[in-house]
Design a binder for this molecule. Structure first.
Ligand code: 3HC
Length: 687
């Protein structure tokens, strides 16, 4: 008897259930258990049919991802599924919850599929740099047709039970208990059929069209095209040959660095949720009502995050006009979602009703959590936190959305620094996944647990970091952008730098991103710091000149690039080139040719080096937390796993040698290698 797969009997039906918490992944023990128990059912004279199901919330989440990269142990999943399909007694899948990847493939090998109304089914392998490797590309097209199979497999998004039924993947939706419904199917005399015996409905041109569409959107990802190759195999080859082709494509994806990066990107946020020092014994504080201070772009977006999660939020402003404007923007954002068909008018009203406008701090007296999203100045923050200290109830969590200022200094404005914490949202706050939570010296453990829990409730990826200028994300961004600017100063063009980094896989290059964020933001911060004689701030350069000329980026239709009305496509601009040329001349720089490799290495090595410093200072608890920040807040290509993972994959020794070479050539302080990096390389270790 297997411990992770159980065999039970209901009359003359064997009920085989996978019981391997938390998600019934198909590790070696489960595969062996399934194979043994299917064989047992074949030989059991008192059994005429089999129902296959999962215990708990999942049918099965698929292959055990933790086994990837390790030697494969028999039996293989395709062998298990083939044995199920070959069974002489009908096997009905009773899909009680998620059936993903190998989990769905298991169900596709059964002869009939009944799904619970809340089941979700999909083949998400492409998101892990893989293709379905246990018959998914060969069986799904037989049920849903090649066109639909391509869409489902190359997008990797799960379908709800009803959509899966409409696509032909599920035969019946259960009204009550899914195992009872499967038994009912058998009672009706239905025995199903083998998926392998069905023909694939496919048009020859479908594959060429799919490849063209994928080439446009997949930015260097290998697995989506491999999915199409495998599905084409299903349409053109005999069943067993198509399975063999799928297996070979699967194994080559499994061995790829992209798969390693994407699997890292899958586990890293789950790891980040476990904050060192905050064990399961630390209970988060209750958060039922929230206050947000500031109805600007950030404050409004933050308020939407809570309304979207059904959490009532008081939105506080100092002036009625600003409040009205903020509310109008929120409504307009919701209307834009409705225009795309993703929201109804009633839903808008429900969410707007959850946002209570206020001009009076006293309205925050009962809030469990208050998030300040006001102007980025320590004096302003001190005023606000001093007031919050007076009006908020004891135990309320007092958070700031600051992206640069010290949480410890802000906390000092209150008599309860243990309740003060950073919650750094990314713009647009209602869209971006990342929530960089920042703990100060005094932040209480249960306050830390609270903001991590809040991140989860509002659908964000939370990462806990420590206090330093720019925290993790912006600190590395500044280091990377400084290098991008230096490359332009030396002779590259902004578009050349952007292209090198988008070819690397970034969603946008640094200069196009600066235009989107607004050049005025950084310029004003630099000006403030220069006025304060901050020795760390960079000397004025051509970017400051652009901002001085009112070229703030996309919002003024001119920044580093120019923009046609109504378009976000950056167009290189001669005026910018002239400003850069003038800057170089004034600095006595003779421009030189800069190649793509140098651009990527200088930007990436700088990120790894700054990340290593951040780790060494204890600002981030783990290298993978830094990766989570960049993957979810800055459009870092997921298939590269994040900057730290990339550095490791590239070879930390190569990264260090590159850093030393750039230091020898450029001599600047940021190019001094982080001691941690040097130590790890000397010891032959990774982060
Ligand atoms: N293998 C191993 N561990 C898995 C896993 C898997 N397939 N899926 C989830 N887990 C682990 C998570 O790491 C997490 O572990 P932790 O508690 O130690 O951090 C735990 O299970 C719970 O997962 P979540 O926190 O993600 O729980 P949720 O309830 O939010 O989500 C889920 C559940 C929807 C199943 C989600 O975990 C998920 O999407 N999992 C991945 C599914 C997937 O990609 N399957 C395809 C695998 S590849 C494959 O099958 C190849 C085949 O074609 C041969």
């Amino acid at each position: 008897m297997s411990e992770v797969v159980h065999y039970g009997r209901q009359g003359r039906v064997a009920v085989i259930s996978i019981d391997s918490p938390p998600v019934n992944a198909l590790g070696q023990a489960v595969r062996q258990g399934l194979l043994d128990l299917i064989a047992r059912a074949q030989g059991d004279d008192e059994v005429d049919a089999v129902v296959l199901t999962g215990k708990g919330k999942a049918f099965s989440a698929g292959a055990d991802i933790r086994e990837f990269g390790k030697p494969a142990l028999p039996p293989s999943l395709p062998d298990v599924i083939n044995a199920i399909e070959a069974s002489g007694k009908p096997v009905i899948a009773a899909i009680n919850g998620v059936a993903l990847g190998g989990g769905l493939e298991l169900a596709l090998g059964c002869h009939y599929r009944v799904a619970g109304p809340f089941a979700s089914l999909g083949l998400p392998e492409v998101k892990l740099g893989l293709i379905p490797g246990a018959g998914g590309t060969v069986r799904l097209p037989r049920l849903a047709g090649a066109r639909a199979a391509i869409d489902i497999i190359t997008a990797g998004d799960p379908l709800k039970a009803e959509a899966a039924e409409a696509a032909g993947i599920v035969d019946r939706i259960a009204e009550g208990d899914v195992v009872a419904a499967a038994l009912q199917v058998l009672e009706e005399g239905v025995t199903g059929r083998r998926t392998r015996d069905l023909a694939v409905d496919a048009k020859a041109e479908t594959f060429a069209e799919a490849r063209a569409a994928i080439a446009k959107r997949s930015r260097g990802l290998v697995s989506p095209l491999a999915c199409v190759d495998a599905i084409e195999g299903a349409a053109t080859l005999p069943f067993d040959e198509a399975l063999a082709k799928e297996r070979s494509l699967f194994l080559s994806c499994l061995a790829s660095p992209q798969r390693a990066g994407l699997v890292h990107a899958f586990f890293a946020p789950r790891e980040a949720a476990k904050v060192p020092g905050i064990g399961p014994d630390v209970k988060p504080r209750k958060v039922e009502t929230v206050g947000v201070i500031g109805a600007g772009t950030m404050g409004g977006g933050i308020a939407m995050c809570f309304a979207n999660a059904d959490i009532p939020v008081t939105l506080l402003e100092m002036k009625a006009e600003a409040l009205e404007r903020g509310l109008a923007t929120i409504r307009a954002n919701y209307e834009a979602t409705r225009a795309k068909g993703r929201m109804t008018a009633e839903e808008i009203e429900t969410r707007m009703a959850l946002i209570r406008p206020s001009l009076d701090y006293a309205d925050l007296a009962g809030a469990d959590l208050v998030i300040e999203a006001a102007f980025e100045s320590m004096a302003v923050k001190h005023d606000i936190f001093g007031t919050l200290d007076l009006v908020c109830k004891p135990g309320a969590v007092l958070a700031t959305n600051t992206s640069t200022l010290s949480i410890d200094e802000i906390a000092a404005a209150t008599g309860r620094p243990q309740d003060v914490v950073g919650m750094h949202f990314f713009s647009p706050a209602n869209v971006m996944k990342l929530l960089e939570n920042v703990r100060g010296k005094a932040t209480a453990p249960d306050v830390q647990a609270t903001v991590m829990e809040v991140a989860r409730r509002i659908g964000k990826v939370g990462v806990m970091v420590g206090v330093c200028y720019g925290f993790v994300g912006n600190r590395i961004l500044h280091a990377r952008n400084r290098e991008a600017i230096a490359l332009v100063n030396e002779g590259a063009s902004p578009q050349q730098v952007d292209k090198a980094l988008t070819d690397f896989g970034f969603a946008m290059g640094p200069f196009a991103t600066s235009d989107l964020a607004g050049l005025d933001v950084g310029w004003r911060i630099r000006e403030e710091r220069r006025k304060a004689n901050d020795p760390e701030v960079d000397a004025p350069n051509w970017l400051d000149t652009l901002a001085e000329k009112g070229r703030f980026g996309q919002k003024t239709r001119a920044g580093i690039y120019r923009y046609e009305a109504g378009s976000r496509a950056p167009i290189p601009d001669a005026e910018t080139d002239a400003l850069i040329a003038a800057y170089r001349a004034a600095q006595g720089i003779a421009p030189r040719a800069v190649d793509e490799t140098e651009i990527v290495e200088r930007c990436m090595f700088m990120m790894v080096n700054e990340g290593a410093r951040i780790l060494e200072e204890g600002i981030a608890a783990r290298a993978s937390d830094i990766d989570v920040v960049w993957l979810n807040g800055y459009g870092f290509p997921a298939f590269r796993g994040g900057p730290m993972f990339w550095g490791q994959q590239h070879g930390l020794d190569r990264v260090l040698a590159g850093i030393d070479a750039f230091h020898a050539r450029l001599g600047t302080k940021p190019w001094q290698a982080a001691p941690l990096l040097r130590r790890l390389v000397a010891e032959g270790r990774g982060f």
